[in-house]
Design a protein around this ligand. Structure first.
Ligand code: 5AD
Ligand code: SF4
Length: 483
């Protein structure tokens, strides 16, 4: 079935920018520079959305703070994937009563996936009077308009568009760093895995046009970004809604062709849509990292079926073998849910054996969390929380053991890394990433941030590698001797 893409007109975004200018004049009249705080929960897509919220706020004249007592506007960008994240949001929003009392006139907005669920929007409306503005992900493009309404009408505003979602280009962005950047290539999800709330809150799959993505990628490279992560709930179905001209592999190749020294990563890939063409393209594109996040969720065919994942264990293992054939050095990570309704000891044993067989470089493991309105929420589940916790601990132990063993294999090797930040720790004061995305701690001059360097791995543990810089673009340099 063809999905109609609802594209927000440029003129609408220009109108939002005019509203930003009006708010600028309004807040500038108050004297001191106003401050905003954007607090982000959840996935990278939310991080990318928060960069847009900050982009708009910067156009309105706001500076940024991490202290809620200092903020004139607080935006809490929420996640709905698991109950734990929602509980944290509700706890933290409740605590804002104190800051609002101490700072009358403070505006508190809650946005993102959690509030797209009607029961959660209702809860905020009824039980959290401290909240002035609530808006879902499909409304982000008109944040200035909604904020202005709160400022001028002095009323609470609730906006949750029930549509399948929109594509909006040209929203200003204020990116967090200067080395790594998120680049959304598509929004939404059509897969309806039975445990997952994302398709209900983020709408149907909508791809951005290749030319818009390429223009943004070129800008990022020109601005000096060295590590670009292409984002989408399921990047492997990129382009299907556009009529099938450019698929995700084609998109990687187009971005790879942009001149400059930078890396391309992407997430997340659904195994049902990962193709040989994708692996071949990754292997052929020198800027594309040999890194694949391929969530398996379970190793049991019975559970995969109940999850509506559309692949089985054999197909998954076949994909891994194929990907490794094209890229023997591939770094492979995954997501796994423990304790899906009615997951038996036998099902769990299948998950353990799959993990032993694949030997993931890292595993992100979650205890199943019941989500309102999803099919799994009404599946019988005879197992206790203690059963699930026991399996979770067992899987974590396995995951840590394998990650530690894989990390030890790096010791003595010399690899190219991108130095991306400071750790704030003495000794190993810099952080960097290998092509495969593994974290490497280094000691060196902070001026090296944003540079590629060859490093020799000298030590490792479960979570990270430790290395020594051999040479960087500055040549061999030992900062202790520099002064
Ligand atoms: N409970 C636990 N984990 C979940 N995930 C998605 N929905 C749920 C849920 N209801 C996990 C999946 C997904 C990752 C982003 O979050 O493993 O890949
Ligand atoms: Fe959720 Fe499945 Fe879509 Fe991923 S592919 S966002 S797990 S429904």
């Amino acid at each position: 079935m063809a999905i109609k893409r609802q594209v927000i007109e440029d003129s609408e975004i220009r109108r939002q920018e005019e509203i930003c200018a009006r708010i600028f004049a309004r807040v500038a009249a108050g004297g001191a520079r106003p401050l905003a705080l954007v607090d982000t929960y959840g996935c990278q897509q939310n991080e990318a959305d928060s960069e847009k919220l900050r982009g708009y706020l910067a156009e309105m004249g706001y500076g940024f703070t991490s202290d809620e007592f200092e903020a004139d506007v607080i935006v809490v960008n929420t996640c709905a994937v698991r109950e734990h994240a929602e509980m944290r949001v509700l706890g933290n929003v409740g605590a804002l009563n104190h800051t609002k009392k101490a700072r009358p006139g403070q505006i508190i907005a809650v946005c993102g996936c959690m509030v797209q669920q009607p029961h959660m929007a209702e809860k905020l409306k009824k039980s959290y009077p401290v909240v002035d503005l609530v808006f879902g992900p499909h409304e982000l493009w008109r944040f200035p308009e909604l904020l202005e309404r709160v400022m001028t009408k002095h009323k609470r505003v609730f906006a949750a568009d029930k549509s399948d979602g929109v594509v909006a280009e040209g929203i200003p962005q204020r990116r967090d760093g200067s080395v790594k950047a998120w680049l959304s290539v598509m929004y939404g999800c059509n897969n309806f895995c039975t445990y997952c709330v994302v398709p209900y809150v983020r709408g149907r799959e909508r791809s951005r046009l290749p030319e818009d993505i390429l223009a943004e990628a070129r800008q990022l490279v020109e601005a000096g970004y060295k590590d670009i992560t292409l984002l989408g709930q399921n990047v492997n179905s990129y382009g299907k809604d556009l009529g099938g001209g450019t698929d995700f592999a084609d998109l990687i190749r187009l971005i790879n062709d942009i001149p400059g020294e930078f890396r391309i990563r992407f997430m997340t890939s659904h195994p049902k849509d990962a193709t040989e063409k994708l692996f071949r393209t990754m292997a052929e594109c020198e800027k594309c990292c040999r890194q694949l996040h391929l969530p398996v969720q379970s190793g049991s065919d019975r559970i995969l079926k109940r999850m509506n994942r559309s692949y089985d264990r054999e197909k998954y293992l076949g994909l891994v073998a194929l990907a490794r054939q094209y890229m023997p050095e591939l770094v492979l990570t995954t997501d796994i849910i423990v304790g899906f309704p009615d997951e038996t000891e036998e099902d769990f044993a299948d998950t353990l054996s799959l993990c032993e067989a694949v030997r993931f470089d890292a595993m992100f493991t979650f205890i199943y969390s019941k989500r309102v309105g999803t099919p799994a929420a009404s599946m019988p589940d005879p197992y206790t929380r203690a059963d699930k916790q026991r399996h979770f601990d067992q899987l974590t132990e396995l995951s840590n053991r394998i990650s530690g063993e894989k990390h030890r294999e790096y010791e003595g090797r010399t690899l190219r890394v991108l130095i991306d930040g400071e750790t704030g720790r003495e000794g190993y004061n810099l952080s960097s990433r290998t092509d495969g995305g593994r974290l490497v701690h280094l000691s060196g001059d902070p001026a090296l941030i944003g540079q590629f360097a060859d490093v020799t791995i000298t030590a490792s543990n479960t979570w990270a590698l430790y290395g020594e810089i051999r040479n960087s673009e500055f040549g061999i340099r030992n900062w202790e001797n520099d002064s």
